[in-house]
Every structure is written in structure tokens, then in C-alpha cells.
Design a protein around this ligand. Structure first.
Ligand SMILES: NC(=O)c1ccc[n+]([C@@H]2O[C@H](COP(=O)([O-])OP(=O)(O)OC[C@H]3O[C@@H](n4cnc5c(N)ncnc54)[C@H](OP(=O)(O)O)[C@@H]3O)[C@@H](O)[C@H]2O)c1
Length: 268
């Protein structure tokens, strides 16, 4: 069987590699002896991870401390990538918010769309063209279980994740003729820094970042889309049998009750 390196190329670029699922992707590709370009804002975290993976796996690792919300982020990134051939792109960086849209900070909501949707679009377009020329490559988009139904109180976030999920599924079809594998990876509540930033919770049965990445590695090249975890899979399949109106009402009631509990806890 071909190694990931033979199948896709020598270099993987991972956004949001300074923690959580992105960091776990970095560890997983490093084990496969794939060189890494790690992107996130926190330089020290990226530098520490780079040193660790270089020493442990004898690979090249480049830390690219970049804010993907900035307008000119691609020019900055190009100086780190130089002429390296990126064969694997992991569009992972993202954040969420929780609460009534009307009370949320509009700048934060717009930044969320820039990071979760605009940055993957720009990155994918930039890196896919050389992949097409080389006739191989892989791209992963981070969706979520909330990508499968509009989710009140996580309104912008669930819309942004639906964007990623749709991008992944559609590009899986468009790019398969060029021998490029595309996957939308849809985790449910996973223990990372996400919950602290989004002021949300993982729910009763959290998954680990390692489990999520294993799910992705097993699905890449085999299917367009995967939901991580059997409980999450059941919930997503069940939602297909309910009307859109009802699923929004149910999702809203669940998130509102979690959000209320958290608000009361924060006040006490
Ligand atoms: N955890 C969950 O329950 C869950 C469920 C479904 C989907 N997801 C998705 O999984 C992906 C990874 O999230 P995670 O759970 O691993 O959360 P996380 O631990 O908070 O990681 C988010 C990563 O994104 C980076 N990032 C944030 N803002 C950035 C910016 N402006 N520019 C560049 N990088 C930025 C962060 O690094 P810096 O702060 O250093 O920039 C960090 O490395 C996200 O797309 C999220 O939507 C998560």
C-alpha cells in the first residue's frame, strides 16, 4: 500500500496547529514522515511543537505565525512556504461563539466568517492549482455536527461550518478527476480550547482530538465526508428524517438550555 507521502507529497500545511485538532493532525502527519508547515497566531506554541516534531521524527517543520483573519495573510504565508510543494492542506483553524446573535459582537462574528470561511477559500484556491498540475493532493475542511442543521444561538458558527462541509463535499466531486482527495471532517463536541473561546460545552460524551484525527485519517481518500463518533453519526442521520423547521426548533431548545445553564453558572 502507498504511504501518505507517496500518495500526496512531501509537505502538509495545517492551519490552527497550535492546539487541539490541528496540533493532533501535525503529530499524525509527522509520524508518517511528512514535512510540516504549521500556521496559527501563537508563535511560541508553534516553535515548541516544531522543535519537538523535528527531533522526534527527523522531518522539516516550519512554524508560520500568521493571523488568518488579516487581509494580506496569503502574501505573508507565501514567504514561509517559498517553493515547497504542499501536497496536503488541512483547513482547520476556526472558532465559534455562543449566544443571541443580536447581542454578539459584530466584529467577532465577521472575523469568524473570515477565519472559518474566507481563509479556507483563499488557501484552497492557492494550493489546489499546483496539486492539479502534479496530479495528486489532499484537502481537508473542518465542518461540524452543527453543519447539518441551522443551530440557533450558534448561528454564525453553524452557518460557517455548513460552508466548510459544502465546500468539502462539492470539491470532492470536482477534484477527484485530478486525483485529489477532499474530505469534510465533521466532529461533535471535542475536548480542545474551542469551548473556552466559544463559551460553550462539549456535551455529555466528549471526544478527543486524537480520536477525531484518526477518524479523518481512516476516511481520507475513501469518502467525501465523515462524522466523528458513533453517537454523533446517529444524531446526524436522525436529523435527516425531521423537517427543517422542527430540527431548528429542537437544536435551538438544546443549545438555549445549555447556554442558560452556563450563563447562570457564570453569574453564581
Ligand atoms: N472542539 C470541538 O468541539 C469542535 C467541534 C466541531 C468542529 N470543530 C472545529 O475544529 C477546528 C479546530 O478547533 P479545535 O477544536 O481544535 O479548537 P482550538 O483548540 O481552539 O484550536 C483552534 C486553532 O485555530 C487557531 N486560530 C484561531 N484564530 C486564528 C487566527 N486568527 N489565525 C490563525 N489561526 C487561528 C488557534 O491558534 P492561535 O490561537 O494560536 O491562533 C488554534 O490553533 C475548528 O475549525 C472548529 O470549528 C471543533
Amino acid at each position: 500500500m502507498k504511504s501518505l507521502k507517496d500518495k500526496y507529497g512531501d509537505w502538509a500545511l495545517i492551519t490552527g496547529a497550535s492546539s487541539g485538532i490541528g496540533e493532533e493532525f501535525a503529530r499524525s502527519f509527522a509520524k508518517e514522515k511528512i514535512n510540516l508547515i504549521l500556521v496559527a497566531r501563537r508563535k511560541e506554541r508553534l516553535d515548541n511543537l516544531s522543535e519537538e516534531l523535528k527531533t522526534k521524527h527527523e522531518i522539516d517543520v516550519i512554524a508560520a505565525p500568521i493571523d488568518l483573519i488579516k487581509d494580506n495573510f496569503l502574501n505573508e504565508l507565501k514567504t514561509y512556504v517559498d517553493n515547497r510543494e504542499v501536497g496536503i492542506l488541512i483547513n482547520n483553524a476556526g472558532f465559534g461563539s455562543n449566544g443571541e446573535f443580536v447581542n454578539n459582537d459584530p466584529q467577532t462574528e465577521a472575523d469568524m466568517v473570515r477565519l472559518n470561511c474566507v481563509a479556507p477559500t483563499i488557501l484552497t484556491h492557492h494550493f489546489v492549482r499546483p496539486m492539479v498540475k502534479r496530479g495528486k493532493g489532499a484537502i481537508i475542511f473542518l465542518g461540524s455536527v452543527v453543519a447539518f442543521q441551522p443551530t440557533p444561538y450558534m448561528t454564525t458558527y453553524s452557518a460557517s461550518k455548513a460552508f466548510n462541509s459544502f465546500m468539502g463535499d462539492s470539491l470532492w466531486y470536482e477534484l477527484k478527476k485530478y486525483n485529489i482527495d477532499v474530505l469534510s471532517l465533521n466532529p461533535g463536541g471535542t475536548e480542545t480550547e474551542f469551548q473556552r473561546i466559544a463559551n460553550s460545552s462539549t456535551g455529555p460524551v466528549p471526544r478527543t482530538a486524537e480520536q477525531v484525527v484518526n477518524t479523518a485519517m481512516n476516511a481520507l481518500g475513501k469518502k467525501p465526508s465523515v462524522v466523528d463518533g458513533s453517537i454523533n453519526k446517529v444524531l446526524v442521520v436522525a436529523s435527516r428524517f425531521i423537517s427543517r423547521r422542527l430540527i431548528v426548533i429542537i437544536a435551538g431548545a438544546i443549545v438555549n438550555s445549555l447556554y442558560k445553564k452556563k450563563r447562570i453558572k457564570n453569574l453564581s
